[in-house]
Design a protein around this ligand. Structure first.
Ligand code: FPP
Length: 248
């Protein structure tokens, strides 16, 4: 067995039949990682991209069909202008750089959130990559950008209300299934596992509806240090949970 094969294999202590169908991640701690090294915060984000790339690859290798990451919240506009600008440029640059590889690896990428207020050049790059990968049948990779969970729910309500107004939907037809079809994540199963790095015990307005029954795993590890071994630990912890979904 060569070293590449070894890397791709699911670790022996994980049960392949009990893997989450969808992992959501709040990638927190980039700034602290950089500060600990007396580097500018943006270096933490830069390193965070490498971590993300490896996690995506790992999900593919180990057979996890969906990954959603929180890249930029509706609240993140409140950061210093220079950092916001850097992040927008970083998203654009990474997208352009990684698109060919995503095609080769059959990744379907989606951006979720209020994309209209992103810089036009980033919006163009996003539309291009989403269209190009739309029929890929591999991992569903979603990037929450200018995303807010409450906003997503309001957005779904507005769309449904509009359909009701037009007489296309009857009020008593509104149920969970229909509601979900109006969310950004329509067609993707709800996350089974939420990972949050760097210790904070908050949802931070991330996938509020979708995360109703997600198992939450919080680690002190800062995002740039969240490697395969850390991911393996999170999955092992997840597999030891008894998921009851409100039942006994
Ligand atoms: C949180 O750390 C991190 C972010 C707000 C940005 C995350 C973005 C990436 C890792 C890049 C992803 C790229 C693509 C193309 C999807 P923080 O700055 O809040 O860290 P701190 O809490 O230590 O200050």
């Amino acid at each position: 067995m060569n070293s590449l094969t070894a890397l791709q294999q699911l670790p022996a202590n994980l049960d392949k039949h009990r893997l989450p169908n969808h992992v959501a991640v709040i990638m927190d701690g980039n700034g602290r990682w950089a500060k600990n090294r007396t580097l500018p915060r943006i270096m933490g984000h830069q390193r965070g991209v490498d971590t993300l790339k490896d996690l995506l690859r790992c999900c593919q290798d180990w057979g996890i069909p969906a990954l959603t990451v929180y890249a930029f919240s509706t609240e993140n506009w409140g950061r210093p202008e220079e950092e916001v600008k850097f992040l927008m440029t970083l998203f654009e640059r990474v997208l352009r750089r990684e698109l060919d590889e995503m095609m080769t690896e059959n990744v379907r990428i989606r951006f979720i959130g209020n994309l209209n207020s992103l810089p036009q050049s980033l919006q163009d790059e996003i539309s291009y990559s989403m269209d190009k990968t739309a029929t890929n049948s591999g991992i569903n990779f979603s990037v929450a950008t200018n995303y807010g969970g409450r906003q997503e729910i309001i957005n779904a309500c507005q769309k449904i209300a509009d359909q009701v107004k037009q007489g296309l939907i009857n009020v008593n037809e509104i149920n969970e299934k229909l509601f979900e079809s109006y969310l950004y994540t329509s067609g993707i199963p709800n996350p089974d596992l939420l990972i949050r790095t760097s210790g904070e015990m908050r949802l931070s307005n991330f996938l509020l509806w979708q995360m109703a029954y997600a198992e939450i795993y919080v680690t002190q590890t800062l995002w740039p240090d969240f490697d395969r071994t850390e991911f393996q630990k999170a999955l092992l912890d997840y597999q030891q949970r008894n998921r009851r979904f409100g039942k006994l």
